[in-house]
Design a binder for this molecule. Structure first.
Ligand code: SF4
Length: 100
């Protein structure tokens, strides 16, 4: 049973970006200047360590496009659960009390 971010498999991530590149909603075609690899790393960091409002607002805005459809899990080649990674990061952002 998956119990938390430690069970998401983040340590297996190779930062290929497939989870965002092949988003079934095509929500990450444009990244407002951010590199795909940097987005993956930032979302994983937020999921693990928490949200920093002073530095992570652009990541939050990009992650807001994710509606947790979960199709990203099917394209990951490295046994990560990007759906759960995104869900954990969204929870950290919510816990930080950041409003839209
Ligand atoms: S979670 Fe999977 S698909 Fe996403 S960057 Fe990491 S290895 Fe690639």
């Amino acid at each position: 049973m998956v119990t938390g971010v430690d069970d998401v498999g983040l340590e297996n991530c190779i930062y290929c970006g497939a989870c965002f590149r092949y988003c079934s909603l095509n929500a990450y075609k444009e990244l407002d200047g951010m590199e795909l690899k940097a987005l993956v790393a930032a979302v994983a960091r937020i999921a693990r360590r928490g949200f920093r409002p002073e530095k992570d607002m652009q990541v939050k805005e990009l992650l807001d496009r994710c509606t947790l459809q979960g199709d990203c899990d099917r394209v990951c080649p490295a046994m990560v659960r990007p759906f759960l990674r995104n869900k954990a990061a969204k929870k950290k952002i919510e816990e930080a009390g950041v409003c839209d």
